[in-house]
Ligand binder design. Structure first.
Ligand code: 5AD
Ligand code: SF4
Length: 472
């Protein structure tokens, strides 16, 4: 597949930032401190995109609110992976009719993956006249220009042309304060799993240059972030589109070698091309969490083929065994789709036996959702939603049992954890993560947030661990 790498020039991003500065001056001259609300749906990639939206908005002089009634500008950054997410977005857009009625100057934008689908953009155009601005993931880098168009031309703006996507450096970012940071290393996906909409809405795989990733990681560490997650739809493809010979394992090592006390994570890894070199690198890099999110999707080789996953059950199990050989303490998580078109009882049963064999620390389970334009959408799908729900419930029950057993095995152990939050319930105010990413509830002072401490694990359940900070 021929894809020409497109880079947005620094001059273009400068132009966007100049627009931000002009918008800011206009608000200042009118004595207005405008408020924006950015509501994010879906995955971490979308969270990372919202940080860019907020970065631009801050440069335009916006403050932020979570209250849509108070916001001058509401932006919904949407997801298209499953129908449920889309329905939630449409419900939220509908609810904004009231806020806009109370404040007719309120501007409403809908962006992200959902609107990159033509039928969804059409629906917003036709049925949701309160929406002023619609733009897909490919247009995010020129969001200031699009907003300016809405302000100055007093018309609705739709920017959703199909595109393979580009790489844009230098967009300002406003990250959540705290100890955890997302760091996008690549965008898009080339895998075309037959159920998935992502390759159609996020374009082809394109990697950021290693020096840009490393510089951003360095800045994050200097700013006090202690838990850094490298993000991509399939990080194992990192570097394939770059001129220089660099792969994901190389990049991981470069970030690991930066000075500072931090934990390095990444997601997501496609099982078809996770390499031995990656597992070895993870084992050798002292800051790298021994955690793999390795979505299996199904335990049956016929279904995997129909999904276009490019591996069999056996190959997947071999990958897991190899990873565990390098990291006996590996925390393994996965995604599974139940009810792919035509999945029989027996085929589903293969998923159960695989889960039983692998024993994941945690799983994200989904019922198949038909996505317009994907190959799976035209496959015969004879089983009812109720049948699929029965399978789904069985899988969740098994997953919960295993997670609880895995968590129970931590009791009595001592773990080094990073305290990352102080808004837990009751006495268990502090939250922390083990290096493998398991959630630990702790008692203690808020001032400890951002610190690495040792804890003795004293209790557990399906979802998390409980511990005591040790002084010894
Ligand atoms: N239906 C259900 N789940 C899906 N996923 C992706 N597309 C679909 C779909 N059409 C799940 C996959 C993927 C995760 C992010 O979402 O399990 O790994
Ligand atoms: Fe979707 Fe497959 Fe790409 Fe993941 S690897 S984003 S499931 S097409």
């Amino acid at each position: 597949m021929a894809y020409k790498r497109t880079e947005i020039t620094p001059g273009e991003i400068e132009r966007q930032r100049d627009i931000c500065a002009r918008i800011r001056e206009t608000y200042l001259a009118r004595g207005i401190r405008p408020l924006a609300m950015v509501d994010t749906f879906g995955c971490q990639q979308n969270e990372a995109d919202s940080e860019k939206l907020r970065g631009y908005l801050a440069e335009m002089g916006f403050g932020f609110t979570d209250d849509s009634a108070r916001a001058d500008f509401v932006i919904l950054n949407t997801c298209a992976v499953r129908e449920h997410a889309e329905q939630r977005v449409l419900g939220n857009v509908g609810a904004l009719t009231h806020t806009k009625a109370a404040n007719p100057d309120q501007i409403i934008a809908v962006c992200g993956c959902m609107v990159q689908q033509k039928h969804m953009a059409e629906k917003l155009k036709r049925s949701y006249p309160i929406v002023d601005l619609v733009f897909g993931p490919h247009e995010l880098w020129r969001f200031p220009e699009l907003y300016q168009d809405v302000l100055t031309r007093h018309r609705r703006v739709f920017a959703i042309d199909p595109s393979d996507g580009a790489v844009a450096e230098g967009i300002p970012l406003q990250r959540d304060k705290g100890v955890k940071a997302w760091l996008s290393i690549m965008y898009g996906c080339n895998n075309f799993c037959t159920y998935c909409i992502v390759p159609y809405v996020r374009g082809r795989e394109r990697s950021r240059k290693p020096e840009d990733v490393v510089a951003e990681a360095k800045a994050l560490i200097a700013a006090g972030y202690k838990d850094i997650t490298l993000l991509g739809q399939n990080v194992n493809s990192y570097g394939k589109d770059l001129a220089e010979p660099v792969d994901f394992a190389d990049l991981l090592r470069m970030v690991n070698d930066l000075e500072g006390d931090f934990v390095l994570r990444f997601m997501t890894s496609h099982p078809k091309d996770a390499t031995e070199k990656l597992f070895r690198t993870m084992a050798e890099c002292e800051k790298c969490a021994h955690h793999l999110h390795l979505p299996v999707q199904s335990g049956n080789s016929r279904i995997l083929k129909a999904m276009n996953r490019s591996y069999t059950r056996e190959k997947y199990l071999a990958q897991v065994a190899l990873a565990r050989q390098y990291m006996p303490d590996l925390v393994l998580t996965t995604d599974i789709i139940v009810g792919f078109p035509g999945e029989t009882d027996e085929e589903f049963n293969d998923t159960l036996t695989l889960v039983d064999e692998v024993r994941y620390d945690a799983m994200f389970t989904f019922i198949y959702s038909k996505r317009v334009g994907t190959p799976a959408a035209s496959m015969p799908d004879p089983y009812s939603r109720a049948d699929k729900q029965v399978h789904f419930d069985k899988l969740v029950e098994l997953s919960n049992t295993i997670s609880a057993e895995k968590h129970a095995a931590y009791e009595g152990t001592r773990q080094r954890v990073l305290i990352d939050g102080a808004d837990g319930r009751g006495e268990w105010k502090l939250t922390a993560r083990t290096k493998g990413g398991r959630l630990v509830h702790l008692q203690g002072d808020e001032g400890l947030v951002g610190q690495f401490v040792y804890v003795d694990i004293t209790g557990s359940n399906t979802w998390s661990l409980y511990g005591e900070i040790t002084t010894g």
